[in-house]
Ligand binder design. Structure first.
Ligand SMILES: *Cc1c(COP(=O)(O)O)cnc(C)c1O
Length: 389
């Protein structure tokens, strides 16, 4: 027998706040409760047929069976550059300013390894996708949480970051449209960020996973559209949310050539890129029929309106998000994140995510994902009404 002891990097991880909820969800299912799961941010609809057909075709091409290029097929990266040009008017050198990723999570998790030394600070939003802070810890860096508060429209207040933190800060993560708050950012905000980055010598890593998941005609700006953005940062993106491709693991980072190069160097020592047949299917996703995006928007708009108006009728202060597939709302009086999520599960068989699980400033909030049909959402609202609170 040997003694197996985890490394400090695992021991230092914050407690997994959803463990209790996961246990209760499994328990409810085992008891036969018809659980409505609004907890998971994973599209419920299948990948569009044209993309699947392209994978089928490409999977038969022997040349794609070999090790892919670490940084991504040139065709794929050219397609990404073309997408940016068309969508946002951004010019990118596909070979130097774009790197393919095995999902954007992979790139987010690896980027601090390229630039962060022990003692360096990384500015991370809170509440947030947990990977930004954990990747920082894995690289030996220190995450500094920038609270996203309602009174600031869930944008970080850069003015409140202490001077000694700014001295040590080397990188900042941002994510708009935002998970979990569903907040959006303007180009004016991004301009402030570029000025701030230049003033304090901070690399910006913007996570743009929800770029196309926007409603009522709203088009989220890319960080790279901001004048000077490419001098200070990069943007992570992925096919996961736009094309229902979370299981395919394909994304990219684009922007500043030195930052992209550093990330590529880490990757070339860790992984061997994305299966080329999947990259070919990714090209089809980005260049093929885009009406699927309109269908996706219509679907989530209908669901959003059912859930938000239903919650509002019950006296819950939920607002219709302009983007993302999350509804982020304050738990009713007397409840906190955990107690309201527990009530939803125990009394209504509904899984929602307690906001404090994304960071302390999320306390008091609950997140619901629009990843079930509008009929199920209607039923969820009925069940909450019946349960009372
Ligand atoms: C879903 C999501 C992603 C996408 O992750 P992939 O690894 O590309 O599937 C990235 N960032 C945030 C905030 C997300 O919610």
């Amino acid at each position: 027998m040997i003694t197996i002891e985890k490394a400090e990097r695992l021991k230092q991880l914050p407690p997994y706040l959803f463990a209790e909820l996961d246990r209760k969800k499994a328990e409810a299912r085992a008891k036969g409760v018809d659980v409505i799961d609004l907890g998971v941010g994973d599209p419920d609809m299948p990948t569009p047929d044209n993309i699947i057909a392209k994978l089928n075709e490409a999977a038969k091409v022997a040349a794609y069976h070999k090790y892919p290029s670490y940084t991504g097929m040139n065709n794929f990266r050219e397609t990404v550059a073309g997408w940016y040009k068309k969508r946002s008017g951004v010019e990118l050198d596909p070979l130097k300013e774009v790197v393919s990723l095995i999902g954007s999570k992979e790139g987010i998790a690896h980027i601090p390894l390229a630039f962060i030394n022990p003692g360096d600070v990384v500015l991370v939003p809170s509440p947030a996708y947990p990977v930004y802070a954990i990747a920082t810890l894995f690289a030996g860096g220190t995450p500094y949480e920038m609270p996203l508060l309602k009174e600031n429209d869930f944008l970080p207040d850069l003015e409140t970051i202490p001077a000694d933190i700014l001295e040590r800060a080397k990188m900042m993560f941002l994510n708009y449209p935002n998970n979990p708050t569903a907040a959006t950012a303007t180009i004016d905000f991004f301009k402030t960020v570029v000025d701030f980055a230049n003033m304090h010598n901070i690399m910006i890593c913007h996570d743009f996973a929800y770029s196309e998941m926007a409603y009522d005609g709203y088009i989220p700006p890319s960080f790279l559209e901001t004048p000077g953005a490419k001098e200070v940062g990069i943007e992570f993106h992925s096919l996961s949310k736009t094309y229902n491709m979370t299981g395919w693991r394909i994304g990219w980072a684009a922007g500043n050539a030195e930052i992209i190069g550093g990330l590529g160097q880490i990757k070339s020592n860790i992984d061997s890129g994305i299966f080329e047949a999947i990259q070919v299917a990714g090209i089809e996703a980005l260049e093929g029929d885009q009406s699927i995006i309109d269908n996706m928007r219509t679907l989530y708009t209908e669901r959003r309106d059912v859930l938000v108006s239903g919650l509002q009728k019950l006296g819950i202060n939920a607002q219709a998000p302009k983007a993302t597939f999350y509804v982020w709302f304050e738990a009713p009086q007397r409840y906190n994140s955990a107690s309201f999520a527990a009530l939803l599960l125990d009394k209504a068989g509904i899984v929602a995510t307690p906001g404090n699980g994304f960071g302390d400033p999320g306390e008091g909030y609950v997140r619901m994902a629009l990843t079930v049909s509008k009929e199920r959402l209607r039923e969820a609202v009925d069940r909450i009404a019946e349960a009372g609170f």
